[in-house]
Design a protein around this ligand. Sequence first.
Ligand code: GDP
Ligand code: MG
Length: 163
Amino acid sequence: MSNIVAIVGRPNVGKSTFFNRLIQKREAIVDAVSGVTRDRHYGKSDWNGKEFSLIDTGGYVVGSDDIFEAEIDRQVELAIEEADAIMFMVDVESGITGMDEEVANLLRRVNKPVFLVVNKVDAANRLHDAAEFYSLGLGEYYPISGINGSGSGELLDALVAAL
Ligand code: GDP
Ligand code: MG
C-alpha cells in the first residue's frame, strides 16, 4: 500500500472526528490484531483525485479516557514507520500540553512530511490563539475545525502535494 497518512496526537484533540469526516461514508476497518488496549482505524480517502489510506491512531484503554504516555509514544513510533505522511493534531481549546511537546520531540526528528494540525478552530476569533503552536518547533501549522470542516481544504492541498 502506498500513500499512507497517519493522524497522531493525544486523546480528545479530535483525531477520530476528522478521520470520520475524511473517510465520510466509507467503512473504517478496525485493526483487530492490536488487542483490547488500543486500536487503529484504517480508511480510504481522496483529494483532488489523489487517493490515500488514512490511519486513525486511537490508543485508549477500553472503558477509560486515560492513556499512558508510553502508548501514545508507541503509536507515534508506529506511524513514523508505517506512514508516508503524518498529521499531528493539537487542540486550540486546551493549548499546548506536555504530551504535545513530547510528541513534537519525536516528530521533529522524522524525515517524512509532518503536518501540524491545530484543531477546534471553529471560528475566526480562535485563529490568533493557534499561533502559540509555533513554539512546538514544527514550523507552519494548519488551523482547522474537524467539526465544521473549515481550513481542511488548505491542509489537504498541502498533504496530497507531499504524497
Ligand atoms: P480523539 O480522542 O483525538 O479521537 O478526539 P475525538 O474525535 O474523539 O474528539 C474529542 C472531542 O472533541 C469530542 O467531544 C469532539 O466532538 C470534539 N471535537 C472534535 N473536533 C472538534 C472541533 O473541530 N471543534 C470542537 N469545538 N470540538 C471538536
Ligand atoms: Mg479517537
